[in-house]
Design a protein. Sequence first.
Length: 145
Amino acid sequence: MAISLRDTRPLEKLFTSAINVAVALVFLVPFFWVDFSALELKWIFIGLFLLQNLVAISFFDYRLPGMVVQNTQWKHPYPLPNQLVHALLYSASFSTLLFWVWFPGDLLLINLLLLQWPCIQLTGTTMHGWLSGGMKDVKLSQSAP
C-alpha cells in the first residue's frame, strides 16, 4: 500500500473544530460555579479556546486536540507568526458559535456557509488558514499499489 498525504475534507475540518470546541468546553465547566454572567462566560470560553491554541503552538507543534483525534497534521512547518495569526483568526471564527443577531447560530451559519465553505472550495483551506499564509492540514491516505 502506498501512503500519501491528502488535504483534509470539509467535514473532517468541521469535526476537528467540534473536538477543539468540546475540549475548551471541558475547561469552561469550573467557571459555571462562579457567579459570571452569560456574556462573561462567552468571553471566558473564547479565551480558553485561544489559550488552547497557544498551548498547542507552544508545546505540540500547533497540533490541536481535534487534529490528534483525526490523525491530521500541518502540511508544512509554518512560521510562528503565521501560527499566531491563525490562532487569533480561528478563535474569532469560533466565537461566531456564541453570538447571534436574528436567531441562535445565525452568525455561525453565515461563517460556515458564506466564508469557510467557499474558501475551502477555492483554496483548499479555511478562511483563517488562507489569511494565515495558506496553512493547510493534511491526513495520511492509504491507497492500493
